[in-house]
Design a protein around this ligand. Structure first.
Ligand SMILES: Cc1cc2nc3c(=O)[nH]c(=O)nc-3n(C[C@H](O)[C@H](O)[C@H](O)COP(=O)(O)OP(=O)(O)OC[C@H]3O[C@@H](n4cnc5c(N)ncnc54)[C@H](O)[C@@H]3O)c2cc1C
Length: 293
């Protein structure tokens, strides 16, 4: 059995097709997750979707622009586009840095931000950045549009027939004070053992006005770690401060996941990498401030 494939010309057309096909339809964008899933289903003799609705080229899902004091990112943006887009590079270099670490060039050329969330993987790199920054996703359905926090969607999933149109991300005050790191089993294409997105907002005197920290793969879904963010707020940077915040991160992980066998490795690894990533974000912010003055 094979699936029918539809490439609608507009968002309303896509929504109509999804609504009339019901549960037999699946949304496809780059297909880098979905095609793997469908291949597995075929190999195991499981049912395939009756209809694939391709949303990757929908005009409503394209591009990045400034909007409402932040950035609008279309759900159809590929990771290659996130890597190369001038606006994202200038205003959200954290996302560009994370995009560079996704898969291989072939994957990045097709894999979309919307698909990264739609796949609901706890290790999704783009979702860790978006959740960490407190981004809002905008979802379209035949009933209209609704906003939802990316962090909540990553945990709860979408409603049937909903299409992610794009994301609104609050613009960081100090875009360069950011760093993304992920630890994978081998230095090639692989799923993160954990990933970490740090965005700092520095005061003129160098203290930390605010911090956003997203972590993936060590929680059931990527999330912000408010416990560590609160420790940093209003503080003067120091190795002790980074270590304390990193410890709070590791404790949040242990609290959420319990003492599994993998924690023997993950706890010290996350603590060390988090402390280094925080320090790197701060150094980057400071360096670009000094370069400007
Ligand atoms: C070899 C390989 C390496 C990879 N490496 C990484 C990596 O380093 N980091 C990482 O995060 N991921 C990685 N991935 C996973 C994958 O590439 C990403 O999750 C990607 O962002 C998925 O996007 P897509 O457009 O290909 O989604 P698709 O495969 O087309 O869809 C994925 C899911 O999302 C749904 N969906 C897609 N778009 C929408 C939309 N607009 N609205 C609602 N639902 C939607 C689909 O129905 C499906 O359930 C890798 C995958 C492979 C095969």
């Amino acid at each position: 059995m094979s699936s029918e494939y539809l490439r609608p010309a507009s968002l309303p057309e896509a929504l109509k097709a999804l609504a009339s096909a019901g549960p037999a339809a699946r949304i496809i964008a780059g297909g880098s997750d979905l095609m793997v899933e469908l291949r597995q289903r075929r190999l195991h003799g499981q049912e395939l979707p009756g209809l694939l609705v391709d949303v990757a080229g929908l005009p409503e899902l394209q591009g990045a622009r400034l909007q409402d004091g932040g950035l609008w990112l279309g759900a159809g943006l590929t990771f290659s586009q996130c890597q190369e887009d001038a606006l994202i590079g200038a205003r959200l270099p954290l996302l560009a840095e994370a995009a560079r670490t996704v898969g291989s060039r072939q994957i990045r050329n097709v894999a979309t931000l919307g698909g990264n969330l739609g796949n609901l993987s706890p290790a999704a790199d783009g979702v860790t950045v978006l959740a960490g920054l407190g981004a809002t996703a905008f979802l379209a359905s035949p009933d209209g549009r609704r906003p939802a926090a990316v962090e909540d969607l990553a945990a709860q999933g979408l409603l049937p027939g909903e299409i992610i149109v794009g994301f609104h991300v609050p613009a960081p005050a100090c875009p360069t004070a950011a760093a993304f790191r992920k630890v994978i089993r081998r230095q090639a294409v692989g799923i993160a053992r954990f990933n970490l997105a740090v965005q700092l907002d520095l005061e003129d005197q160098g203290a930390i006005a605010a911090a956003n920290i997203g972590v993936g793969a060590v929680f059931p879904s990527p999330r912000r770690v408010g416990e560590a963010e609160a420790l940093l707020r209003g503080q003067k940077p120091s190795p002790g401060l980074w270590a304390g915040a990193a410890l709070a991160l590791a404790q949040a992980m242990l609290k959420a996941c319990g003492q599994r066998p993998s924690m023997v490795y993950k706890e010290p690894a996350l603590t060390r990498v988090a402390a280094r990533t925080l320090a790197l974000a701060w150094r980057r912010g400071l360096a670009s401030r000094e370069a400007r003055s």
